[in-house]
Design a protein around this ligand. Sequence first.
Ligand SMILES: NC(=O)c1ccc[n+]([C@@H]2O[C@H](COP(=O)([O-])OP(=O)(O)OC[C@H]3O[C@@H](n4cnc5c(N)ncnc54)[C@H](OP(=O)(O)O)[C@@H]3O)[C@@H](O)[C@H]2O)c1
Length: 232
Amino acid sequence: MIGPMAEQNSPHDLPDIAGRTIAVLGGTGDQGRGLARRFALAGLDVVIGSRSAERAQAAADDLGADLPVRGADNAAAAAAGDIVIVAVPWEGHRELLASLEEELAGKIVVDCVNPLGFDKKGPYALPVEEGSAAQQAEAVLPRSRVVAAFHHVSAVVLLDPEVDRVDLDVLVLGDDRAATDEVRALASSIGGVRGIYGGRLRNAHQVEAFTANLIAINRRYKAHAGLRITDV
Ligand SMILES: NC(=O)c1ccc[n+]([C@@H]2O[C@H](COP(=O)([O-])OP(=O)(O)OC[C@H]3O[C@@H](n4cnc5c(N)ncnc54)[C@H](OP(=O)(O)O)[C@@H]3O)[C@@H](O)[C@H]2O)c1
């Protein structure tokens, strides 16, 4: 008798990331605090990083004593994290990551940085020598597993206590299948969100740049617009 066929892995399968520590570099800003809050609400251990350990601890305390969040300087946060989110402004991106190459070796580093400029016509994508912020991270962190994600989530929505379910899909890009799967699971830990694989890291530029379109939409419609990918 022929046995049952081996079950095919579904692209929707998610690894179990319970027990992972999530660090957020630049976690004192809106985006970092918003992500930290949602991951902590999902029960994950979170470390907010900052150039100042005191500012980091104050940001952690502000999120609520009942949440599993603590603060540390960026280097200690990077060392503590299994998955490390980069949530600093584009201007400080290269320098901060280069200074943490050692601490970030072997880690999953998740870049959500959008290199954008703003002028009187509104937001626009800045040219990036390496192609994208995520590819710059890959260039300065050769020993890390760089993934790009969370570019389109609104910090305002993440921080809003009235919003239980966040209505968007997070595109997750990278060249390391296991790393992108972990980050899809991380995205999916936020109520309402699906983490969807969005291609290799070389395709991160247009995902980062598309944030300029979303900000333009938000300004016109007074919204916090997000993407949904249909038919998956
Ligand atoms: N805001 C959003 O809705 C949103 C959404 C998607 C993606 N993003 C991306 O997420 C990143 C952070 O956004 P944000 O609005 O949270 O930015 P932000 O508040 O301007 O900056 C975040 C934190 O980065 C640290 N920082 C500032 N300048 C730095 C530098 N030169 N070097 C190292 N650290 C520096 C600061 O923390 P310390 O002073 O405590 O070190 C600051 O609190 C940006 O790259 C943005 O494109 C934002």
